[in-house]
Design a binder for this molecule. Sequence first.
Ligand SMILES: Cc1cc2nc3c(=O)[nH]c(=O)nc-3n(C[C@H](O)[C@H](O)[C@H](O)COP(=O)(O)OP(=O)(O)OC[C@H]3O[C@@H](n4cnc5c(N)ncnc54)[C@H](O)[C@@H]3O)c2cc1C
Length: 421
Amino acid sequence: MKYAIVGFGTAGYHALKAIRTQDPKGEIDVYTNTSMPPYNPMLTTYYAVGKLEYEGMFPFGSLESIQKEFPFELHQEEAIKVHSEEHSVETANGQKEYDRILIATGARAFAPPVKGLKPENAYLMRTVEDAQRLKERLQQGDVKNAIVVGASMVGIKVVEVLQKQGINTWLLDLAPYIFPLAAYPQVAQVIQERVEQQGVHLKFSVTIDHMEEEDGQQIAVLTDGSRIPTDIVGLCIGTRTNTQVVDEKIALGKGIIVDQHMQTNVPGIYAAGDCCEGNNLENGQTQLIGLWANANRQGTTAGNNMAGQEMVYEGNILHNITRFMEMDFIGFGDNRIEGEVLEYGTLGKGMYIRLVLKDHRIAGANILDNCSISGIVKNYMLRLFGGDTGKLPVYQRAALESAGLSSAFLDELEGKIHGCH
Ligand SMILES: Cc1cc2nc3c(=O)[nH]c(=O)nc-3n(C[C@H](O)[C@H](O)[C@H](O)COP(=O)(O)OP(=O)(O)OC[C@H]3O[C@@H](n4cnc5c(N)ncnc54)[C@H](O)[C@@H]3O)c2cc1C
């Protein structure tokens, strides 16, 4: 059997591992448009701020060590097109046919142009090169003021990098509060207060309209008319899927459409990771999920199915688990859904959890200042979305209690979820 993996991030790596495990003799070609081993984009900001060595961004080791463990042929060349009829991968050097092809090309940072912003002062954050570029600029020592646009998980990490360097930093977003896709407004408010206490300026419901220059200083003119001097601008507004490689026969939404086996509408052609849409178990719809663990599971699922070992990936819920500026924030599920609110702890004073309950399920959860309970809470949410009506297993309840949640709170939660079934 001949396999191609196009794109070698974490999804491509996990597919390689699964294929090689299932099919020790198969021929596997890996196409990558970088000279680096698969890296973890989440770690790039830690490298930029000097918290992590360069090698730390590559969780699976060097290309040589991966090749030794899971032998494959490396093609360090960009795939131009995956042709569905011919079942082939085209590069500048020609075209080669395969039995199974995986598209795992990920996503790229995207930002619309800002009028007047010089390219040398604009910083995106996704790749190792992005991190290197920011690190080098910070080492020059000429950045005194900075603006980051996008109060997302990525944006806050860039803010942290800048603030740690003693740079006067602004964080802006068109949304009314921080982490608009994950946080409840009350929780966002406390996070904002803490971020401000650490010296970062926040401004919401605005963005940069254009840049001007005044006496050699760059000035950001905001949509509310205010003017902020800034040397650099971090643009952490969003991502776009890398789907340019697919031909017109492969079904596309915002990402590549796949089934639960990670197969596209073209038999034998699969997709996994940030380039494809995943199933959101909360609403049953497919959508871009853009999470590390999701890419891993999708890659493993695709690889197994490609090699003939059936595996199903049912999907995930939206989740954000992030540590920044000495705090942990966790958001699960859809924060737009309204329902009965159940809280534990005092917001801003130690471990706090806010759950929104709807239809005997946990529609959304925010946890502040304790990441140890996140796995159990997510697992419980997933089981409820999957139709399981059982209560928390004894060992999970015990773990939540030993993390600090009271037995009365857990009784109340289980009572509300399971009470009227
Ligand atoms: C700063 C930052 C913070 C993040 N924080 C979190 C977090 O807290 N939690 C979380 O779960 N996730 C987080 N993520 C998201 C997470 O990193 C991604 O979901 C995950 O890395 C996706 O993996 P992937 O393999 O699908 O794609 P990628 O890592 O993008 O890998 C795709 C690879 O394919 C290559 N490629 C693209 N096109 C071609 C082509 N035509 N030919 C050959 N090669 C190609 C690319 O160069 C790349 O190497 C964060 C991301 C960033 C940038």
